[in-house]
Structure formats: C-alpha cells, structure tokens
Design a protein around this ligand. Sequence first.
Ligand code: HEC
Ligand SMILES: [Cu+2]
Length: 313
Amino acid sequence: MNFLERLFLPPQASTHAKVVDDVFIFVTWVNIIFFVIVAAAAIFFVIKYKRRGPNDRTPHVTHNLTLELVWSIIPLFIVMIIFFWGFQTYMVARIAPNDSFEVQATAKKWLWAFEYPDGTRSINELHVPFGRPVRVVLSSEDVLHAFFLKDFRVKSDVLPNRYTEVWFEATKPGEYVLQCAEYCGKDHSRMLGKVFVDNKADYDRFIAEGPADWKTMPPAELGKMTYEQAGCVSCHSLDGSKGQGPSWKGIYGSTHQFVDGTSQVVDENYIRQSIENPQGKIVKGYEGIMPTYQGLLREKQINGVIAYIKSLK
Ligand code: HEC
Ligand SMILES: [Cu+2]
C-alpha cells in the first residue's frame, strides 16, 4: 500500500481489495490534479485580467480550436480509462468463482444469521475456511440492511424478498469486522458481526463444536436459542397451550402416556430420545409428525434444550 492508501483506507485483506483500491486511488489522483489545474488557472486569470482602468478592455476572442480540442480529448481519454478499468474491476468483484464455498446470510433487526453447507448455523459470527473463495448469499427478514466487509472491499444491499450476493477470498486467516452499512433502525450501529477466516483445523472445530459464544453461554440460554432457531417454537409452546406438539411447560419430571399404552417419566434420556428419535415413543393425543433432529443439533444444543425444559416450571 502506498502513502495515500495507508492514510485513508483500511487494510487490504481480500484478493480483489488491491484492484478496487487502485481504481479508487487513480480517480482520487485525477481529482486532485484537476482541482489544482483548475484552481490555479482561475487564480492566475483573475489576477492577469483584472480591470485596471476605465479603458482597460479585453481583446475580442471567439474561440481557440487547439485549446478546445486539448481540453476535450484528454479528459475523454481519462474517463474512458476510468470506465473500462472500473468495469473490469467491478466484474471481478461481482462474479463469484464457480468452486466457491457458499454461505447463506440472513439479516434481521439487529443481527446477522449464517447457515453453512452442512446445515450448521451461527449468529453474528461467520466462519469460513481459508484458501477458498467464499460466496455469501444475502437476504433480509425485515428492512433494508447492507453487508459491509471493509477489509475485503465488499459491500451489498440486503433486501427482503430478494437475494443479493457478494464474494471474497481472504489473503490471510484472521478476524475481520462485519458492519451493517444501511441505517435500519434503533440498534443499527450495534448490528456488528465478525468474520473468522479459519485454518482447516479451526473451521472443522467450529463445525463440530459450534460458535465460540456457546462455550460461555449458560446451557438453558443456549437451549432457548435452539428452541427459537431450530424451529421447535412452531410446534411446542412454553405456556401450557397445546400446539402441534405438547407444550414444554412443566413436563420435566411428569409422567407421560404414549399411544402404545406405555408410560414414562420425562427425564434427560427421554428428552434426548424424543429429539433424536421422535417416532420411538409418540405422546398420547399427538401424531408422529415431529422430524428427527439427529445430526442437526449438536451435543451442546441438546444439553441446552434439556436444561431449558427443566427450567420451564
Ligand atoms: C412439526 C412439529 C414439531 C417440531 C418442529 C418439533 N416437534 Fe417436538 N414434538 C412434536 C410432536 C407432535 C410431539 C409429540 C409426538 C411425539 O412424541 O413424537 C413432539 C414431542 C417432543 C418431545 C416430547 C414431549 C413430551 O411432552 O413428551 C420433546 C422433548 C420434543 N418434541 C422436543 C423437540 C425439540 C427439541 C424440537 C426442536 C429442535 C422439536 N421438538 C421440534 C412436534 C414437533
Ligand atoms: Cu441493518
């Protein structure tokens, strides 16, 4: 990076950051140079052609062909350079390579939710493997947001009911800031995320163990998050009302009857079995419509759900 870039631009952390900056710096220099030329000429002429007395008349000049050609053709060349160079750079920054690693990102007031190829999800924390181009498919659940990774020179509007996309390939592993760059209401300025460009081992660990904040989150809270994010909420109520599935209120420790006539006390093992093999024991009065979550929820999430159900007295 040269002086001007270091002064005004964030670090270049993606493969196309440099070409984007090059066009930007070129346009900036063109602006600076032309500002100086125009301002100097204006000052020079103001002084040179100041009216110095009642008989001081400027000569009658209609035009100057050479001058007019010069100040038309040179700028024409410059804007054509900017156009073609900018267009080429835009295409590079716009079109994701075919073999990209693909992540789905959903914006909502005021967080970023990510979904990975294997179904893993995370909130406000995007993990991508290092050494591969990454394509992020964006959509919004509510208002207009913008997905902005300054170090990668990546930015796109995020709209409800329409997909937009960005792509990048990081030049080194590390942690980068994700910002929402479109005013989207009260907590817009806190709609921050992190992008982790992981080495293979770190990425595999993330997929196996989940986002870092799970480690510090109390189990019941992780359970509540899972309840909301994994869709349990659409069939299980928390207030005792009957939905498509039984309410979770106060079930821990109570005895449940099943359609096959057997019964069992709701304990940790029963909850785990209900999640992994819902058709194994079907609660009386309900149909076996619950999908299995085997392999979809991680160990920590299942423990979290158990803790959460226990807390619902
Ligand atoms: C499509 C609706 C549906 C979804 C989604 C769903 N369940 Fe269920 N669930 C049911 C039904 C219906 C039953 C009762 C029949 C049975 O036991 O299979 C049930 C039973 C259970 C039970 C046993 C409850 C009891 O009172 O004995 C547990 C625990 C449970 N579900 C956990 C979960 C968890 C955790 C999730 C989310 C990860 C979830 N369910 C998502 C429909 C659903
Ligand atoms: Cu936003």
